[in-house]
Design a protein around this ligand. Structure first.
Ligand SMILES: Nc1ncnc2c1ncn2[C@@H]1O[C@H](COP(=O)(O)OP(=O)(O)OP(=O)(O)O)[C@@H](O)[C@H]1O
Length: 255
């Protein structure tokens, strides 16, 4: 089965200045990949390069066929004073497929209703976006992306600034979406622990360490890979079925 999209030996950066070189990244149908790294480490830059939104400075972006992508931007980057209801925001996800001069029709409204029901906010369709909680806004933005009926859902820091309960609820929702429909998911997070119980593959990104490394969850949670990201020993333990990460001192005890 061919990849949905891939970067091959890519150099990513801005205005001729490379942030990272030699980036190899393959997104297969049904993948669940999380890109993790410190703030400013280059995660969004790699994501934008993968989506073709930022020209590569070297290497290749491979797109074997057109792929429908649903993009969920960072919540904080979406203006909360938009004078729109949740339903109207979600309907924006249909706009790229409408073509010029076509107004949304019954099919578009039905796609929006389905998307809002999928993320559990069908009852909030008439609520002003600006009056929603952070978690509700996140669901609205995910519904907007799902309304486009994507094969690949891309999310930039979907749990940023959320309390632990809202973070878990959002990650549970993404897992349910992934399991339900063979949807491929690529997401960015600066918190490894937020994604270590959900993603199937991880990419560690930190331009300051010239680090770009991608592998299966098991591979990337080994001490050696974690040490490369954090610059110190980090251990993973399972507690009540969930992985927990914590720094350890040289002797192997908790720091
Ligand atoms: N449009 C731009 N032009 C020039 N430099 C940029 C641009 N956007 C981001 N950068 C720089 O690229 C580097 C990586 O930024 P990027 O947003 O990719 O990091 P990130 O890992 O996604 O961070 P965060 O977790 O804070 O969103 C930063 O030093 C940033 O200042």
């Amino acid at each position: 089965m061919s990849a949905l999209v891939a970067l091959e030996r890519a150099t990513v950066g801005y205005r001729g200045r490379a942030l990272l070189n030699g980036v190899d990244l393959v997104v297969d149908p049904g993948a669940f990949l999380a890109m993790v790294g410190p703030n400013g480490g280059g995660k969004t830059t790699v994501l934008r390069s993968l989506l073709g939104a930022l020209p590569l400075l070297g290497g290749r972006l491979v797109r074997p066929r057109p792929v429908r992508v649903g993009y969920v931007p960072q919540r904080d980057h979406v203006d909360a004073v938009w004078p729109f209801t949740a339903g109207e925001v979600a309907l924006m996800g249909r706009v790229p497929g409408l073509g010029p001069w076509r107004r949304p029709g019954a099919e578009d409204r039905e796609a929006v209703r389905r998307a809002m029901a999928t993320v559990g906010i069908e009852h909030l369709v008439d609520m002003p976006y600006g009056e929603m909680s952070g978690g509700q806004r996140q669901r609205t933005l995910i519904a907007r992306a799902l309304a486009a009926e994507p094969e690949l859902l891309v999310l930039d820091e979907p749990t940023n600034g959320m309390d632990p309960a809202a973070e878990l609820a959002t990650m549970d929702l993404l897992r349910a979406l992934h399991r339900a429909g063979g949807l491929a998911i690529v997401m960015v997070s600066h918190r490894l622990e937020a994604v270590a119980n959900y993603a199937q593959a991880l990419a560690f990104v930190d331009k300051d360490q010239t680090l770009f490394r991608v592998g299966s969850l098991e591979e990337m949670l080994r001490p050696e890979a974690l040490g490369a990201l954090y610059g110190r020993p980090v251990a993973v333990r399972e507690f009540e079925g969930r992985r927990i990460l914590y720094p350890v001192n040289g002797a192997g005890g908790a720091a």
